[in-house]
Design a protein around this ligand. Structure first.
Ligand SMILES: Nc1nc2c(ncn2[C@@H]2O[C@H](COP(=O)(O)OP(=O)(O)OP(=O)(O)O)[C@@H](O)[C@H]2O)c(=O)[nH]1
Ligand SMILES: [Mg+2]
Length: 375
């Protein structure tokens, strides 16, 4: 442990002229002793600094103290690691994910890439399901994928209305609804319908609403399109598909979590539901990924730009929390920002959304082929 002790210029104003004054000052020495005593650490673990506040230029004395503190921290870590050779630091690869995002230099290249990824599904039905807590951005993701594919803002799935009660939210989506995925045909420039369907569901809420069993019925293909599930699903109901066809089943599930809520922490009931859901999906052998939405809400730099999302400390913190709380793997987590109230699509938002969407297609296709006995 170290203690960073700030505002030493208040005890020793001459420090700005020469940092050596600090080490001669009896007042500063007394303060270091008191801080060390208070925290029960050695005096050399108390690191005096003077922070930059409103200066426009760098000051040697402040720089020296900050670097001295950093150097001391480095020495302590190095010493600790020498005595604990079993601890190894392996880069976790999160930052490298930025380089793995899809790239294109112009609209033609983007169109070629989309055709390459989507034409294999022109005559194959692929069903993708979005699940997660209420208000997490499930419907917005469906719209965001459509917007990125058409290079035009689309809002078919999400419903715009101001929520009046931020606590105890009820889902705005009430039905299980399949949205066909369209993309621009490279030859004709017209919209082309793929066999991909994005399935929207109501969000998990504190009370009532969708439950894990309902999702299980949907994954198994028992629930027809546009089924109102906010009131529950009974296998005795007329439209319940008792003998679903293979094409009615779900091929990939996307868990959707909102960064802001991850940061605040979920209630026990949502945590339990998400864990049960995850367990059930694994038991069903259905692949899944995690969409971490609303990254713009936890980061000032992401509010205005979408670059370097993998460098953002708050987004990383949310990703880490999902990994420790739900045991998701890092590779399964895709940070995104949905199109919310933008007038137009932009390349950096598209790249994040399409990275997640392409992964979903890959997982879904593999699952479909395994189910068909092709591999
Ligand atoms: N800033 C920001 N807002 C978002 C993002 N994604 C969704 N939203 C907003 O969050 C709210 C909820 O989004 P929805 O897509 O309706 O969420 P949902 O999960 O479908 O909600 P339910 O169907 O009610 O469970 C809407 O007001 C969206 O505009 C995002 O990435 N960033
Ligand atoms: Mg919704």
């Amino acid at each position: 442990m170290v203690v960073i002790a700030t505002k030493f210029d208040k005890l020793c104003p001459k420090i700005s002229e020469n940092v050596a004054h600090l080490f001669k000052s009896p007042k500063a020495k007394k303060a270091v002793d008191a801080i060390a005593g208070f925290h029960g650490v050695n005096k050399n673990q108390v690191l005096p600094v003077v922070n930059y506040t409103d200066e426009e230029e760098g000051l040697d004395a402040k720089d020296q103290l900050a670097l001295k503190a950093l150097n001391r921290i480095y020495q302590l870590i190095e010493g600790y690691l020498t005595h604990h050779p079993d601890i190894k630091f392996v880069p976790d690869g999160w930052k490298d994910r930025e380089d793995a995002l899809p790239v294109w230099k112009d609209d033609v290249e983007k169109g070629n890439q989309l055709s390459e990824k989507l034409t294999p599904f022109d005559d194959r039905n692929l069903r993708i399901l979005l699940v997660g807590p209420v208000d997490s951005g499930k419907s917005s993701f469906i719209d965001s994928v459509q917007s990125a594919l058409r290079s035009k803002i689309t809002a078919d799935a999400s419903i715009r209305f101001a929520r009046t009660t931020p606590e105890n939210l009820s889902s705005t989506t009430e039905k299980f609804k399949l949205f066909p995925v369209d993309y621009v045909d490279n030859d004709t420039g017209l919209l082309r319908r793929s066999g991909i369907r994005l399935g929207d569901t109501p969000g998990f809420q504190e009370q009532d609403g969708i439950k894990e069993d309902h999702v299980k019925f949907i994954i198994s293909g028992n629930v027809p399109d546009c089924y109102k599930i906010i009131n529950g699903i009974q296998d005795t109901q007329d439209d319940f598909q008792r003998n679903p066809l293979p094409g009615d089943k779900i091929h990939c599930v996307c868990f959707v979590f909102d960064c802001e809520k991850v940061q605040k922490g979920f209630t026990e009931s949502i945590k339990t539901s998400m864990k049960r859901l995850q367990q059930m999906i694994v038991e069903q052998g259905c692949p899944h990924i995690v969409l971490l939405t609303k990254c713009d809400k936890v980061s000032n730099s992401l509010k205005t730009g979408r670059r370097r999302i993998f460098d953002d400390g708050n987004v990383r913190g949310c990703k880490d929390r999902l990994m420790t709380e739900f045991y998701f793997k890092q590779q399964q987590i895709y940070p995104i920002i949905n199109y919310d109230d933008q007038n137009d699509v932009d390349k950096h938002t598209d790249r994040l959304i399409l990275a997640a969407f392409f992964k979903i297609l890959e997982l879904g296709k593999n699952h479909m082929e395994r189910a068909d006995g092709q591999v």
